[in-house]
Design a protein around this ligand. Structure first.
Ligand code: PMP
Ligand code: GLN
Length: 382
């Protein structure tokens, strides 16, 4: 039968993690921590299981978790979401983004993405029959180019997907960026899908500019986050969406026939654990130290470091390496690096529809110090 996604293969994260395992490489490719989460969080979930909270929760999620999320957003970003009608717990950010795209777009619509972008956005849009309009971020700096975004808007534009802090580049949108987007969208009905999964990984002196802070954006936004990133539990696949009630009503129509709901004990465990804000407030210091350690190590090599303002990703250019392999396409370079040097990375070309090759690769530094030391030891010769 005709493929719904003819251009899609296996994701780069699956491919590179398999290659890393095959060659016993240090895996700095796929983004996930190699250390465990807080045992208190595991205790909270196991308590919920022992209390018998093992049947279906309400479709939008357990009330205490929705309330904890609403309260966090209000404290951090100053906007009140109604926990009953405006917050939904999802099976990770991936399901949240697909559901948001599905509930608002269809054939004849256009959806703007800013490339490089997370690899699920484009196939998500294509599945709805809508057209992907890819606008490049500024080459080199990866900052939004509002003239290009303005030029991409059309009467058919249904939504735009943004992502700050940004995977893969590590850039963080400024207040001026958010205001420009707010002004640009003001005369339109364009919806906003704001992927904020790295909201708690922004390094000083910057702060996270959630769409929730900007009234004109919040009124049209599905704001997406992921507990997987914030609490070092990427394998739990649990996140949430915040949106105004009229948008959330449409989101839930799709959500209820997609996963219906998300597992009860983890929701309850997270609700208890979220009562203490320190774990997410401490995250910039925790990951900032890893970022600084890793950058210091790479400064001794010929890799050219790009800025890292947020996320747990460090991008480097390979164009200054003094080896013939620097001329390989990024994807092949990453395969070579995994096989021959023993460190796995992700090529930025994987985040572009056309595989644009700019000689930049991404390392994930959400790793134990000893893992980062091992990787830096291997990379030291380059
Ligand atoms: N968006 C971005 C930008 C991501 O980096 C990720 C995680 N890889 C996701 C969405 C998906 O998050 P989750 O694992 O919660 O589905
Ligand atoms: N978000 C993670 C990354 O960018 C990986 C997620 C996945 O494996 N699909 O590395």
């Amino acid at each position: 039968f005709p493929s719904r996604l003819p251009n899609v293969g296996t994701t780069i994260f699956t491919v590179m993690s398999a290659l890393a395992a095959e060659h016993q490489a240090v895996n700095l490719g796929q983004g996930f921590p190699d250390f465990d989460c807080d045992p208190k969080l595991v205790d909270s979930v196991s308590t919920a299981m022992r209390q018998g909270l093992n049947q279906y929760p309400p479709m939008p999620g357990v009330a205490p978790l929705r309330e904890a999320v609403a309260s966090k957003i209000e404290t951090l970003y100053g906007r009140t979401y109604n926990a009953t009608t405006e917050i939904t717990v999802t099976a990770g950010a991936t399901q949240a983004i697909l559901t948001a795209v599905l509930c608002c777009t269809g054939p004849g619509d256009e959806v703007i993405v800013l490339e490089p972008c997370y690899d699920s956005y484009v196939p998500n849009i294509e599945l709805t029959g809508a057209k992907v309009v890819a606008v490049p971020l500024t080459p080199g700096s990866f900052r939004p180019d509002f003239d290009k975004i303005a030029a991409a808007l059309s009467p058919k534009t249904r939504a735009i997907i943004i992502n700050s802090p940004h995977n893969p580049s590590g850039t963080v949108w400024s207040p001026a960026d958010m205001q420009r987007l707010e002004d640009l969208l003001a005369p339109t009905n364009v919806l906003l899908i704001s992927d904020e999964v790295y909201e708690h990984m922004v390094y000083a002196p910057l702060r996270h500019e959630s769409a929730a802070r900007y009234p004109g954006l919040a009124a049209r936004a599905f704001i997406v986050s992921s507990f997987g990133k914030t609490y070092h539990v990427t394998g739990w696949k649990i996140g949430y969406v915040a949106a105004p009630a009229h948008l959330m009503a449409e989101f839930r129509k799709v959500h209820q026939f997609n996963v219906f709901t998300v597992n009860t004990p983890m929701q309850q465990g997270l609700a208890t654990y979220m009562q203490d804000p320190r774990p997410y407030l401490d995250l910039p210091a925790f990951y900032g130290a890893k970022r600084d350690l890793f950058r210091k190590g790479l400064e001794k090599t010929r890799f050219r470091l790009l800025p890292c303002e947020g996320t747990y990703f460090q991008c480097v250019s390979i164009d200054n390496l003094a080896i013939a392999e620097r001329d390989l396409p990024e994807g092949e370079f990453c395969q070579w690096l995994t096989r021959e040097v023993g460190v796995a990375a992700i090529p930025l070309s994987a985040f572009y529809r056309d595989g644009f090759d700019q000689k930049v690769i991404r390392f994930c530094f959400a790793k134990k110090e000893e893992t980062l030391e091992a990787a830096m030891g291997r990379l030291a010769k380059l």
